[in-house]
Design a protein around this ligand. Structure first.
Ligand code: C5P
Length: 288
């Protein structure tokens, strides 16, 4: 069985408070995009075998794909085994949710392949134990996320446009990024800003949009590479809007037309940054 696992962007991301369980409350707009990993699942007699094509990632028992398969097999009392082979295209540690998407792909794929019959809600519960973003990938469509990111509400998503992703060399640990946060929006302020973005997306691409990411300010201040990229983003006149994704370090910039995004990609490459054109999609995990 072959499973496609899409990357996500956070079109909006506000951290609105610290919780008693050590996590933070967030309010975010999850948008899946066409960039995706591919996972092949093959039955084997026993155990979980994991392989992947990227040296930047540990393909051991700590890997989210391994942990997803183990949690699912334990949940249903499965005695057989699986070989999981991952072809990575989504760079790790950039705020694009690659590891979370792969974990969701393993849960959804194995549930279907071995006919375990777990409901989406049950898969989402297992998913949350693996990471705060994993339930979104089980949910399977653009969504507003609250709580840790697991309280999901359907959203329309970007109705079109072309997106340029920029990959700084910087790799950011999510937990470190949360620890360094000092500035927080109140829930009311966040609600207002998110509402304004959603209204703007409904009129896309009529007007320039403004969004917000709680992690941007500290990252731009701490890393000259990020300051350079943000300076570039601000100068892009044809952009509808731009932001950091997740806790970084990938940034995205949305254009109305593919031609504009293509020209911007040339400018980004000319400055020595790595970029990639993607499109908004309405799926997260696709089987077959
Ligand atoms: O949930 P996940 O394992 O992806 O989160 C990684 C780290 O990011 C957590 O250990 C926590 O420190 C931080 N985090 C948080 N609040 C969230 C999501 C993540 O504090 N809503």
């Amino acid at each position: 069985m072959r499973v496609k696992c899409a990357a996500k962007l956070n079109l909006y991301l506000a951290v609105t408070g610290k919780r008693d369980d050590g996590y933070h409350d967030i309010e975010t707009y999850f948008q899946p995009v066409s960039l995706h990993d591919v996972i092949d699942l093959t039955p084997v007699k026993k155990g979980i075998e994991l392989r992947g094509n990227s040296d930047a990632i540990s393909w051991d028992r700590s890997n989210l794909c391994y942990r997803a398969a183990k949690a699912l097999f334990e949940q249903v009392g499965f005695e057989g085994g699986v070989m999981i082979e991952v072809q990575k295209a989504i760079p790790a540690g950039k705020g694009l949710g690659g590891g979370s998407s792969d974990a969701a792909g393993v849960l959804v794929g194995l549930n279907e392949y071995f006919c375990f019959g777990l409901s989406k809600a049950r898969l989402a519960e297992l998913a949350l134990k693996l990471g705060s973003d994993v339930p979104f990938f089980i949910f399977g469509q653009p969504a507003i996320g609250r709580g840790r990111g697991e309280l999901l509400e359907r959203a329309d998503g970007l109705p079109g446009g072309s997106i340029l992703l920029i990959f700084p060399t910087l790799r950011i640990s999510t937990s470190e990024a949360f620890k360094k946060l000092n500035l927080m929006l109140t829930k009311t302020e966040s609600g207002f800003k998110l509402r304004r973005l959603i209204d703007g997306l409904n009129r896309f691409p009529e007007s320039k949009l403004e969004t917000y990411n709680s992690f941007s300010a500290a990252i731009v201040e701490s890393y000259p590479e990020m300051a350079g990229i943000f300076a570039f983003l601000k100068r892009e006149e044809k952009a509808v809007f731009f932001s950091l994704s997740g806790s970084g370090s990938a940034c995205f910039i949305v254009y109305e037309k593919e031609k504009e995004a293509r020209e911007a990609l040339k400018r980004v490459s000319g400055k020595g940054y790595k970029g990639l054109l993607v499109e908004p999609v309405k799926w997260t995990i696709e089987i077959g």
